[in-house]
Design a protein around this ligand. Structure first.
Ligand code: ATP
Ligand code: MG
Length: 870
């Protein structure tokens, strides 16, 4: 059975059991601080399991894109582990339970109409205390007791070891289903988790039965496909083997599964596939968190290629193969294939440029360590390898392990932290962390947002939180920490989608509350701020008043952001997709994909383009519609963004259609004016434009004009001739600087001083002196001066600059006429400093390396001239 068919069969089967087929969650849930990547199907239903949200359905089934970093080292080594894989799941939120979950799993696996697996090849495990599960497998399904193994809480409890070690909270036993290829070889294909307890404190008697019990199951798509296709490894199923073989082909190898290179090719295939899924969702290789994982996977794959002799980027060539193999369930890859390939190629080139130097260095380190008898790679060395050669520590670790060396992770993290560079995921929060809002969440769907229509409304207080605790009232004026007010309805926009939260006031009889920020938790808007007067109590009615002028500025900036997005795609190409944005009062920042800096004249065009959309004064309209309808309407959507079933589509005439929950203008003309004030790089392949709208754009223009006016006044020139004026001025300054360098300045030796120190040899004035730090042009200038000032004169000047000696000698015309030559004079002195003289009879120059001999050389000059004149 083809993998695509299996995926579809599973979902259809559980639909027939009343489960609602839901889309996969994104692979990188950026709003969820507890995980970097989605590790299992249940994660998108966390709140459903806890009854934290109102349920539109109580049975669901999905095929979830998963990535498990914990399995990276297993990849290629075991036949059944990937980093990226798909998990087929069925879920019950207080609906069906253990019996149905087990019976249906069995039916799906063994029934002729479904997978038709041989029951004799299946075995299961249950938690040792779960007599219910044992009973169902053994008595109802009639599995012999030899094939129902009872295991401890380490293997068959979720979370593992929860009863004795915690954490407190929902948990439960599980039952795993194994397939046996031979009686000895087995693979776990499906795990059924029965979340039926709430753990409270330490044992004994710490597992309380949950009133509403849940089912969470996960079946590995690739593992089950390998069973159905009768192949010995997940990597040999229809949607993976061609990728492994392509890897081998590009590397110039024949794929040999049993060889070391076979293992490398499987790893390359796995890592490329994982990276294609992540980069498709706009998660690019980078220094931190999920971005770092992608970087590390790509570099590991580059290293595998390098070790079989590849020296050029090659992974990017596999992108179309991934897209093709996954085309059925993920047709959207066709749209991003090129961008994904570009990103991968760039990362490959980057690493290839340092990999040789890095590997050499690692070899050297290993040799040195072996010579010194050291067995642990030091954290300092590893940190340096990462920062200078881009070698992820995990790669270093595995190369070290090949040489039987261990790795000092603690030292590595310490070193990286000292440099503020730690690449780790940071603190992990509990999967089911609790919040003071939990009680509220059970009672209400969320806050109703009124802010699309109004900035002021009468609303009821339904929640008050101070110091992380729900409370009945707040009366302490001047609380240090902001307190939180939750309203049933509100005109306050809560920070999301890049748009900042609103500020304003909540006013009621006898109290005044200043809102300094509005944030979101789930569907609730949290008004953060300080009580200024009176007492605020639960149930009170307030007039919620948003700072409307600020909000208007935010609307201008947000609508302009959509226009900019469109203009970027028009001018740079379709690849210029949004990566992130921040929208504030008449200020916006927009990050987008582009391989290089945007040129000045392109920026001008983009700015003009946006302003032309503004002058078109197109109406802005919004509507809510099903996601599929918005897609059909051609709305711009971002991959990796989690959209609800009903989406809000914002249309600006024929210019732009985007899914967006932000607050917008009524007409593009209201933007007034749009000005780009910055363009910079955020990370490889991502650029950032900063821009202003409305009054802020105008103020920026005025400020430029003022400065320009001031410059024009100073230069006494009309503004349009300023560039020319400044150019001329700069030229003049350069010229003057040159001249100035040749003239002695105040505080230095003057010609007069030199002349006063002259001595006389047969009527000729002789000056021999050191001029500290002087350069030859200055020394020649002195000589010219002295020659102009007096009758027959012989001057020799010396200086030491940067350890070198410079000598210049000059004779006046009277002396050269008599046959004397400055070249002859300077010769012996030059020899003393280790140099040679040269020049003309009236002016000679010499340079030497031995500056300690300067004084002696000048003495030699005096002696020589005495001889020459005598
Ligand atoms: P294992 O012990 O084999 O690593 P697991 O206990 O981590 O598996 P679960 O967390 O129970 O697995 O996940 C549910 C199912 O997802 C598994 O039964 C398996 O079929 C599949 N699965 C888990 N991890 C991977 C992986 N790294 N690659 C492919 N499939 C996996
Ligand atoms: Mg595992």
């Amino acid at each position: 059975m083809k993998t695509d068919e299996l995926r579809e069969k599973y979902l259809t089967f559980f639909e027939s059991k009343g489960c609602v087929r839901r889309p996969s969650d994104v692979l990188v849930p950026r709003w969820d601080p507890t995980v970097l990547f989605t590790p299992a199907g249940m994660n998108q239903f966390k709140d459903h399991f806890l009854g934290k949200c109102k349920l539109d359905f109580t049975r669901a089934t999905t095929c979830q894109k998963c990535l498990r970093t914990g399995d990276i080292e297993n990849v290629g080594r075991t036949p059944f582990h990937h980093t990226f894989f798909e998990m087929l799941g069925n879920f019950s939120f207080g609906d069906y339970f253990k019996r149905e979950a087990i019976l249906w799993a069995w039916e799906f696996l063994t029934d002729k109409n479904w997978l038709n697996l041989d029951p004799d090849r299946l075995s299961v495990t249950v938690y040792e205390d779960d007599t219910d599960a044992y009973g169902i497998w053994h008595d109802e399904i009639k599995l012999p007791s030899s094939r129902v193994r009872r295991m401890g809480e380490n293997d068959n409890f979720w979370p593992a070891n929860a009863p004795s070690r915690g954490p407190d909270g929902v948990c439960g036993p599980c039952s795993e289903i194994f397939y046996h290829d031979t009686p000895k070889e087995e693979v776990e294909i499906w795990n059924l988790v029965f979340t039926q307890f709430n753990r409270v404190g330490d044992p004994p008697e710490n597992l309380r039965s949950l009133p509403s019990k849940n089912i969470d199951t996960g079946m590995g798509l690739e593992r089950t496909a390998s069973v159905l296709q009768g192949v010995d490894s997940n990597f040999h199923i229809d949607i993976l083997r061609p990728l492994v073989e392509t890897a081998a082909e590009i590397c110039g190898l024949k794929y040999d599964p049993a060889s070391e290179n076979g293992r490398r090719m499987r790893r390359v295939a796995d890592h490329v596939r994982a990276c294609v899924f992540a980069i498709h969702e706009n998660v690019y290789p980078g220094p931190n968190k999920e971005k770092y994982v992608i970087k590390r996977l790509l570099r590991r794959a580059v290293l595998d290629g390098h070790q079989v002799g590849v020296r050029e980027p090659f992974l990017y060539q596999m992108v179309p193969v991934v897209a093709d193999l996954m085309r059925g369930p993920y047709p959207e890859f066709q749209q991003t294939e090129e961008r994904v390939a570009q990103v991968i190629r760039r990362e490959e080139s980057n690493f290839l440029s340092t990999i040789d130097a890095g590997l050499e260095r690692i070899e050297r380190i290993v040799r040195e360590m072996q010579a010194d008898g050291r067995v642990m790679v030091s954290g300092v060395e590893a940190a340096d390898m990462y920062t200078t050669h881009g070698f992820p520590p995990e790669l270093f670790e595995s190369l070290a392990a090949e040489n039987n060396l261990t790795f000092d992770w603690e030292g590595f993290h310490r070193e990286m932290q000292q440099h503020g560079l730690d690449s780790g995921g940071g603190q992990r929060l509990e999967l089911f962390h609790s919040s003071p809002l939990d009680a509220l969440k059970k009672a209400m769907h969320g806050t109703t947002f009124l802010g699309y229509e109004t900035t002021e409304a009468e609303c009821k207080v339904v929640g008050l939180i101070a110091q992380d605790q729900l409370c009945e009232e707040i009366d302490e004026v001047g609380h240090q920490q902001p307190v939180i007010v939750v309203l049933a309805k509100t005109p306050f926009y809560a920070e999301s989608g890049g748009q900042v939260g609103d500020v304003g006031q909540l006013i009621g009889s006898g109290f005044l509350f200043d809102v300094i920020d509005t944030r979101k938790e789930g569907e609730f808007h949290l008004h953060l701020g300080h009580l200024k007067e009176g007492t605020l109590a639960l149930g009170a009615m307030v007039v919620a008043r948003v700072d409307a002028r600020r909000r208007q500025g935010i609307r201008r900036a947000h609508s302009a952001t959509h226009l900019l997005h469109k203009a970027l795609q028009e001018n740079l190409g379709e690849h210029a997709q949004q990566q992130g944005s921040k929208v504030d009062r008449d200020w916006l920042r927009f990050d987008f994909t582009n391989p290089q800096a945007v040129e000045r004249d392109q920026l001008t065009k983009i700015e003009d383009n946006v302003n032309s959309y503004v002058t078109l004064a197109e109406p802005i309209r919004w509507s809510t519609l099903p996601l599929a309808a918005a897609r059909d309407a051609g709305a711009m959507m971002l991959f990796g963004e989690k959209y609800p079933d009903e989406v809000r589509m914002v249309e600006m005439g024929d210019i732009s259609k985007e899914l967006c929950g932000g607050t917008h203008l009524n007409n593009t003309g209201e933007v007034g004016l749009f000005r780009i004030v910055g363009e910079e790089s955020v990370s490889a392949g991502t650029r950032r434009i900063t821009a202003l709208t409305g009054p802020a754009a105008l103020a920026d223009m005025h400020q430029h004009e003022t400065v320009l006016g001031q410059v024009a006044t100073l230069l006494k020139a009309p503004t349009d001739s300023l560039p020319h004026r400044v150019e001329t001025l700069l030229k003049d300054v350069r010229e003057l600087k040159k001249q100035l360098a040749a003239v002695p300045t105040k505080g230095e030796t003057t010609s007069e001083e030199l002349l006063s120190a002259a001595f006389d040899v047969g009527g000729t004035k002789v000056v021999v002196a050191e001029i500290p730090k002087a350069q030859p042009p200055a020394m020649r200038q002195y000589i010219d001066h002295l020659r102009q000032k007096s009758g027959p004169v012989a001057v020799m000047l010396g200086s030491a600059v940067n350890g070198k000696v410079l000598l210049v000698a000059g004779l006046s015309r009277e002396l050269t006429k008599g046959g004397l030559s400055a070249v002859d004079w300077i010769g012996p002195a030059a020899e003393l400093v280790g140099g040679r003289g040269g020049g003309r009879p009236d002016m000679a120059q010499a340079g030497g390396k031995d500056s300690s001999k300067l004084a002696a050389a000048l003495e030699q000059g005096k002696a020589t001239i005495r001889g020459l004149l005598g």
